[in-house]
Write a protein that binds this ligand. Sequence first.
Ligand SMILES: [Zn+2]
Ligand SMILES: [Zn+2]
Ligand SMILES: [Zn+2]
Length: 91
Amino acid sequence: MAKSCTHLDHIQVQGVTPSANGCEECLKAGDTWVHLRLCLTCGHVGCCDSSKNKHATEHFHTTNHPLIQSFEPGEDWVWCYIDELLIEPAE
Ligand SMILES: [Zn+2]
Ligand SMILES: [Zn+2]
Ligand SMILES: [Zn+2]
């Protein structure tokens, strides 16, 4: 029934190092964002789809890195752009 994500091997086993403490592109442009998303393939930090610039989604379109994780405190769900699937962290 439930779809599953076949892209989990894109996640760096050691974990990624966040590229910045905010959306990389917005910081460069002096712009603002609503929420942050972390690319689990390369550590790119981008802004969410509620932000006007949607840099996390743009990062997916330019790099094809399918998995992002919420970069918000207390949130650790993962989103796969290709499967359009929300992956809840296993306890
Ligand atoms: Zn997937
Ligand atoms: Zn941004
Ligand atoms: Zn990436």
